[in-house]
Design a protein around this ligand. Sequence first.
Ligand SMILES: [Zn+2]
Length: 441
Amino acid sequence: MRCWRILPAIMALASLAGPAPAAASDTAIFAGTLIDGTGRPPQTGVTILLHDDRIAAITSGLHAPAGAAVIDLSHETVMPGFIDCHVHIAARLPSRTNETEYRLTHNDINRAFDGAVFVRQMLQQGFTSARDVGGGDWTTAVRDAIDAGQIPGPRLWVSLEPLGPTAGHGDEHDGLDAALSHPGWDNGLVDSVDEARLRVREHKRRGATVIKMMPSGGIASSGDDPRAQLMTNEEMKAVVDTAHSLGLKVAAHIYPAGAIENAVRAGVDSVEHGSFATAQTFALMKAHGTYLVPTLTVYDVFYAAARDTPELLAPGTAKKELANDLLPKKNLKLALSSGVKIAYGTDIGEGDHAMEFRLLIDNGMAPADAILAATSRAADLIGAADRIGSVQPGRFADLVAVSGDPLTDHALLDHVDFVMKGGLVYRRNGAATEADPDAPK
Ligand SMILES: [Zn+2]
C-alpha cells in the first residue's frame, strides 16, 4: 500500500553517494473540456502540464512534451478539486449515532480516528481542500497527519472549538447535568472582551488556521435560541481584530438578521448559515465583501434525522430542526438575487459532501455558479486563491473530472470519476487507486 512513499527514501539514500538528479516529474493531462474555476467559459481540447505537485502550464490541443507521463481525460470534463468551506471532519451522521452517548463515550483520540476515515471519503468525493470550522485537538492532528503524508485527505484549514458565550450554541455543557464538566469543554467559552482576545491567541498557539465564532444561538444544540444574538458587539469585534492581527480569518455561525449585520460591521469574513437574513442584511454583506456559506446540506440531513430518529439527536433539538427546515432554502433565492458572494459548505463530516451541489442548484443557483462556489470563491474565502481553486499555472495540481457536461447534467458532480491532489491520483475510472486502495466508500 502507498508504494509511492518509498521513493523519497530511496532518493535520500542515493543522495548519500553524491548529487542525485532532481526527483522531478512531468505529467500531461489531456482534458476533453476544462472548466478552470476562474469563471471563464469552458475550453475544449486542452493539455494541462504538471511539474511535480503543481500546474505548470495549460496549452491548447492534446500533445505531451517528450518524457512526460500522459493521463488521458480527453472524454471527460476536468475541473479544479472541490473545496468544502464548512466541515466538521469527525462529525458522524445524526441518523447513525446517538449524539449524547457519543459525546460522553468518545475522547479526542477516538474522534481523530473517525476524522481520518471521513477525510478519505471526502477526497474520494472530489474534495481536495476543506475548512473545518469547529473541532478540537483531533482536527489539527488529522490535518498534520495529512500534511505529513501519513493518511490521505484534503488540504485542511482548521479552527478549534467555536468561540461563544456560556449557554450559547457552542457550550458543551448545555443539555447535560450542569454538574458535569470535562477538560476542553471550556476552550471556546468567551464572556468578555479580554477572554475573546485570549481565546483567539490560545487557538492560534494550538494550531488553528481559522477562527470560528458563534455570535447567535443555533439549532442542533440544547437550550439556546437561534433567533437571539448571544455575543456582544464588543466581544465579536475583539475576536475579529485579534484574529486578523494574527493573519487568521473569522467564520461566524449566525442566524438572525440583526446579529449578522452587527457581525458584518465587526468585520467577519464569512457568515455561516445566515438563514434569517433579510434583503438589507445581504446588501450590507455585499457592501463589506462578506461571504455567505449557506450550508443547505446540514438542514436536510438533520431534518431527516429529526423526523425519523429524533431520539438520536441532542436533547430538545428535534423540535427546533423541524421548525426551521425550510428557511435556508427560501433564503437562498434572496441571497442569489442580492448578489452576495457565496462559498460552498455542507456542515457535515461523514456523508455526501456533493449534496450541496444538488441543493444549491435545485434551489436556484446556476450549475456554473455552484462550481465557482466550490472552487475559486471557496479558495478566495479561505485566503488561498494563489494555491487552490483554479486550474492555472502555479496552483497545486488538485483536479477532478466527470464523464460528461456538469453544466447540463449536474448529477455528474455527485460521482466524480477522477481525483488528483498534489499531482497524485487518488481516484480513476470511478474507483479508488493504489494511492488509497481501501478508501471508504
Ligand atoms: Zn458547523
